[in-house]
Design a protein around this ligand. Structure first.
Ligand code: GLA
Length: 388
């Protein structure tokens, strides 16, 4: 893989002398969805699939980008100074956003670079290909400029900052954190209220994580993501009139039920209910996993999906059909949508011996109902970014 990437780099940019090869993973969230901007808990893990980057620092100010996933776009060029998001810059707005964020935070990342990317995360799947590119770019910049004081957690925060401020998506910290802090065979139990976290082993013994890709593309920017976020902010402001809280993540289910009357709109009550219950579910799920109660973990995954579908309304017919088909299959411990929703992927925990049947049966039912096919990936939990 490494040599192939270096050869491609030489073909595109002239020479691979002095170029280095890097990798940053994608991520899947096991439970705790739409809680990260509500001060709640999340439980994601990094994957062994992700984004490979070959990069070489330049002496001048020129940035040249090439993606093997978008070869038709050719080499996209710009300057390292005066960076701003441009629609025609396409995917390069992600690495550019990170270079810009480094500069904003006072780092002299003022040399150009040649960067070639190759990702094996299905594009638009909801497995965080954009956050993977962001963390990868930050990792490369840290290496180029010897910025050893920047930790992996900082890389996550810079990535999120670039996504929020440069690319205009008000995402939480989950994706970048899961990618920058990933650890093989562990999921990260992260409290987004204060960024405290612990690693929890995910030893599935006789089960596998199966990702189902609906092939309904979604762009976070044009989705209802930002709308959900502001609905939750309004609900929080209403609750703050009767409760002394900083986020929805501080509430137990009981406290929510006793005070929900303060929220003056039925839709917002449902949005806030999801945020509160999902956070509590995540805490319970991690506890269940600790006690090797995988069945309970699966049940909580299923409840998470129902809440995302009915209360939070971020699923849609594709995700619902896929998850409902998954629930019916033999050997399924739990299944839910994962990521932002509105298309993208599902994650299912399936007993190893049933994985093949699961894929063919869910795939068949999905295609029959939706009219086009789904893709499935059996994934492994991997480490954070590395230099290869
Ligand atoms: C996207 C965002 C994350 C998180 C999830 C929903 O992946 O980037 O910050 O909000 O949606 O859980």
């Amino acid at each position: 893989m490494k040599q192939k990437l270096l050869d491609k780099f030489a073909e595109v940019f002239g020479s691979a002398e002095g170029a280095k090869v890097y990798f940053a993973p994608g991520r899947v969230n096991l439970i705790g969805e739409h809680t990260d901007y509500n001060g709640g808990h999340v439980f994601p893990c990094a994957l062994t699939i992700g984004t490979y980057g070959v990069a070489k620092k330049r002496e001048d100010k020129v940035l040249r980008f090439y993606s093997m996933n978008f070869e038709e776009l050719g080499v996209l060029e710009s300057s390292v100074s005066g960076l701003r998001p441009e629609p025609e810059a396409d995917w390069t707005n992600y690495p550019k956003g990170v270079i810009w964020a480094f500069q904003e935070k006072g780092n002299m990342t003022d040399c150009g670079m040649d960067l070639l990317l190759y990702g094996n995360i299905p594009n638009g799947s909801g497995l965080s290909s954009s956050a993977s590119v962001e963390v990868l770019t930050g990792y490369i910049l840290r290496d180029f400029y010897g910025l050893d004081e920047i930790s992996n957690q900082d890389l996550a925060l810079i990535g999120q900052y670039s996504e929020n401020k440069f690319n205009g998506v008000n995402c939480g910290i989950m994706d970048q954190f899961a990618i920058a802090m990933g650890r093989k065979d562990y999921a990260i139990f992260l409290d987004t209220a204060d960024l405290s976290y612990t690693y929890a082993p995910v030893t599935l013994k006789d089960a596998k994580l199966v990702i189902g890709c609906t092939n309904k593309k979604r762009g976070l920017g044009d989705s209802k993501y930002n709308e959900r976020r502001s609905e939750c902010e309004t609900a929080l402001a209403e609750l703050q009139k009767v409760l002394d809280i900083k986020s929805l993540g501080e509430l137990t289910e009981e406290q929510f039920e006793q005070n929900k009357h303060a929220i003056k709109d039925e839709v917002r009550i449902r949005r806030a209910r999801h945020a509160v219950y999902e956070n509590q579910r995540t805490i319970k799920a991690v506890e269940a996993l600790k006690h090797n109660d995988i069945e309970e973990f699966g049940r909580l995954m299923n409840d998470s999906h129902t809440s995302l579908s009915k209360d939070y309304e971020v699923t849609g017919i594709e995700l619902d059909s896929m998850v409902e088909a998954a629930w019916k299959q033999k050997g399924v411990i739990g299944a839910r949508m994962t990521g932002a929703g509105f298309g993208g992927c599902t994650v299912s925990l399936v007993k190893t011996e049933y994985v093949e049947d699961f894929i063919s049966e869910v795939g068949r039912e999905y295609e029959e109902k939706i009219g086009y096919s789904a893709d499935f990936y059996v994934v492994d939990i991997g480490d954070g970014p590395v230099t290869l």
